[in-house]
Design a protein around this ligand. Structure first.
Ligand SMILES: Cc1ncc(COP(=O)(O)O)c(C=O)c1O
Length: 465
């Protein structure tokens, strides 16, 4: 299929075909599902797996780099720090590192993952809203960039930097309070958001400016206003307000004290069809139009994209254990539910997923579209991967694939019903079409669940009183 031909995606949508990468991505995914069945990675004993498209991840990383290279002045330092929360898997962080992408971490665990992947401290940013003194001390010892979330955290940093040579680039996170999007839980820039210093609150802007004037070592300014469900124009407004604040600080300091703006991540992902959109290039162009001064070479840039780098490149594939009918509606009972698709199960309106149907050999399933539910294995009625979705009828032994699940899905296990974490495999396709798999993470053995659940302390309660 040529790039600009129409693409019929696996859910039957016909999309415009403007995304030159979409057809290749869908074809690789189909080949990977078939190969996973043929090679025994998916069968009766292994009914659930997460698949990651290595080529697709590399393409998105290249698109991100190119988008910002196209709008920044030559020589501008730009650090793209992947938001580790979107895919906390060491081999993924290593792959991204090879693609020139650093890490944004928000907990000691995420920092440990980035370090295990070899991401250099100078390419790591710590952003969490609840950093302990020990975490701050460790970050400063390593030379990792830190964005202070609030005045109390800044006081802790004051104590740590007193009398020492600060290697870490340090900044403050602000909330420009530009508003929310269609998913409240992900709206970071509302008036009452828990993140950063709320810039429009009385006295807050002046407090921020004075904080910089009092601390010559504060050289960065951070805001993360976007996320799924937020309009690009609102994200750009958040960046514009942050830039204006940096300009004000620098004017009042009489020097270029703030030398780097960290504009966060948040590019939304299109879950409705195969197409990527909005693209990094569109966002970078909009930013340049809205905030031209940010790109004239006076400021370095940090970005923190997560979902947009990984979502399109991950697929949850699960075997249909049973096919039944209830109240006239077919229900495919599978092994993928709340443990791998927590957000979709608990908030299906905000996080609908496209499901693709494959037959028992892993071939795309043909047939008339039938309205059906795709259910997970957990013991509550709402454990549905998809409700009332139209696809070829899933039968026992078929496979259902939840598409666009590479970010914030199968790597974020939810331990309900003690269901094990599924294996995650990366795949790449050779020019002759063959698929090679690599282990990203093995499936969790049941013994590990027993150990994690206190097996070493079996008698601890019976012996207490
Ligand atoms: C501070 C920060 N940066 C970056 C991100 C990544 O956002 P996204 O995955 O939407 O790009 C998040 C997400 O919560 C965040 O809180």
């Amino acid at each position: 299929m040529r790039a600009n031909e129409q693409i019929r995606d696996r859910t039957g949508d016909v999309t415009a075909g403007a995304d030159p990468r979409a057809a290749g991505r869908a074809a690789r995914r189909d080949a990977a599902v078939r190969a996973a069945v043929e090679q025994g990675f998916l069968d009766t004993d292994a009914p659930l797996v997460g698949l990651l498209d290595v080529t697709g991840i590399r393409e998105s990383a290249a698109d991100l780099r190119a988008a910002f290279e196209a709008v920044t002045a030559p020589g501008t330092p730009v650090l793209h720090a992947f938001a580790v929360k979107a895919s906390p898997l060491v081999p993924v962080l290593r792959l991204l590192r090879q693609e020139g992408i650093g890490a944004e971490v928000a907990s000691p665990g995420e920092l440990a993952l980035a370090r295990a992947a070899g991401v250099e401290p100078g390419r790591t940013v710590l952003d969490s809203p609840a950093k302990t003194p020990a975490e701050l001390r460790e970050a400063l010892r390593l030379g990792i960039a830190v964005n202070a979330d609030n005045p109390q955290e800044l006081e802790r940093i004051d104590a740590l930097v007193a009398g020492t040579d600060v290697r870490s680039p340090l900044g403050i996170r602000v909330n420009p309070q530009v508003g929310g999007g269609s998913i409240e839980a992900l709206s970071t820039a509302t008036a009452t958001s828990k993140f950063g210093v709320a810039l429009r609150d009385e006295g807050a802007r002046e407090w921020v400016v004075q904080a910089y004037l009092d601390r010559p070592w504060l050289t960065r300014l951070h805001a993360h206003t976007g996320s799924q469900g937020i309009a690009l124009t609102m994200m750009a407004r958040g960046v514009a307000e942050t830039y204006e604040l940096a300009e004000e600080i620098n004017r009042r300091a009489g020097r270029r004290q703030v030398d780097t703006l960290d504009i966060g991540g948040g590019l939304p992902v299109n879950f409705a069809s195969e197409e990527t959109g909005p693209t990094y290039a569109e966002y970078a162009r909009l930013l340049k139009e809205t905030v031209p001064g940010l790109f004239d070479g006076r400021y370095g840039l940090v970005t923190e994209f997560g979902r947009s780098l990984l979502a399109k490149h991950g697929t949850v594939v699960t075997r249909v254990e049973y096919a039944k009918s209830a109240g006239g509606r077919p229900v495919a009972v599978t092994h993928a539910g709340v443990q791998v698709a927590t957000r979709t199960v608990y908030a299906p309106q905000s996080w609908p997923l496209r499901i693709a149907a494959y037959d028992a050999k892993g071939l795309p399933k043909e047939g008339p579209a039938v309205v059906q539910d795709v259910a997970g294995p957990a013991c509550f009625a709402g454990d549905l991967l998809a409700q009332g979705q139209e696809l070829p009828l899933l039968e026992q032994g078929d496979f259902a694939a939840a598409l666009d699940t590479g970010a914030y899905y199968f790597a974020h296990h939810y331990a309900y019903n003690s269901l094990p974490r599924p294996a995650v495999l990366g795949y790449a396709q050779s020019p002759s079409g063959g698929i090679t798999f690599a282990t990203v993470r093995p499936a969790q053995p049941i013994e590990e669940i027993v150990t994690e659940s206190g097996a070493a302390h079996t008698e601890s309660l019976t012996g207490l009183a």
